[in-house]
Write a protein that binds this ligand. Structure first.
Ligand SMILES: NC(=O)c1ccc[n+]([C@@H]2O[C@H](COP(=O)([O-])OP(=O)(O)OC[C@H]3O[C@@H](n4cnc5c(N)ncnc54)[C@H](OP(=O)(O)O)[C@@H]3O)[C@@H](O)[C@H]2O)c1
Length: 231
């Protein structure tokens, strides 16, 4: 069962001035959450936040430097390019202890974005979990959602969200946040399984090109039984 979140959350979107972060920020703000978008430049974050509030008809999106945004939030989403993933994790790590980190990173290596290339750790999100340690609950999600669809607030998103992480309750919260943003999330296993979602993106980019689809997505099929497992 997919349920929305039960309370208003204070969420930072690191790199939230970018394509994917802007869409998540607007959709979560519209669902009633307090959002701070982060940037390397706090003034730029504040300026983009104003624009997003105007676009989304909200007042609850603010902007700060990335580390300040991470420090002020109870839950942090990381939405920066893979090339800056490790360095950004190190920058915000002191502000993440005891929190959930939603990692949307796809480890694309331009120009070969249609070919799956995964990092030595197995996936970007697993690398993040290993880098940050057990004090941070890394949950990976949203790798297969086209940023343009997220930012179009009237667009009904035709793609499910595979949610991976070692902590079931943290995954459950991210599934509720996917629901808040108009998507169906699925428990998809421990953080190692993020490799599937991260790799899927290159296949979707290939499919987009081959079939001229504007943002292909994936769906989980099958009827859900009554009982869920404990893990
Ligand atoms: N775009 C998509 O459709 C899509 C879909 C699924 C997943 N993703 C994943 O989402 C993440 C963000 O994608 P995106 O398309 O939103 O990226 P983006 O627009 O290229 O960049 C996002 C933000 O990251 C910051 N940034 C850029 N270079 C940086 C650097 N060297 N160091 C620190 N910060 C830097 C920038 O913010 P400031 O300049 O304000 O600091 C930028 O606005 C990626 O990991 C991507 O794989 C993207």
């Amino acid at each position: 069962m997919t349920r929305p979140t039960e309370r208003r959350l204070k969420i930072a979107v690191i790199g939230g001035t970018g394509d994917l972060g802007r869409g998540l920020a607007m959709r979560w703000a519209r669902a009633g959450h307090d959002i701070t978008i982060g940037s390397r430049d706090g003034a730029r974050a504040a300026e983009v936040a104003n624009r997003l509030n105007a676009l989304a008809d909200t007042t609850t999106i603010g902007g700060m430097a990335n580390t300040d945004a991470a420090g002020a939030a109870e839950l942090v989403a990381l939405t920066v390019p893979y090339a800056s993933h490790g360095a950004m994790l190190d920058d915000i790590a002191p502000h993440l202890q005891g929190k959930i980190l939603i990692d949307v990173t796809v480890p694309l290596v331009p120009p070969k974005v249609r070919t799956v290339i995964l990092p030595p750790e197995g996936s970007a999100a697993k690398a993040a979990q290993e880098r940050l340690g057990d004090g941070v609950k890394v949950v990976s999600a949203f790798q297969n959602i086209a940023a343009a669809h997220l930012s179009d607030l009237d667009h009904a998103i035709d793609c499910d969200v595979l949610v991976c992480g070692n902590d079931k309750a943290a995954r459950e919260l991210v599934i509720a946040l996917a629901s808040d943003a108009g998507m169906k999330g699925w428990h998809a296993g421990r953080i190692a399984n993020s490799a599937v979602a991260e790799a899927m993106t290159s296949a979707l980019i290939f499919i987009n090109g081959h079939y001229k689809i504007n943002g292909a997505g994936v769906r989980i099929t099958g009827s859900v039984g009554e009982a869920e497992t404990a893990d």
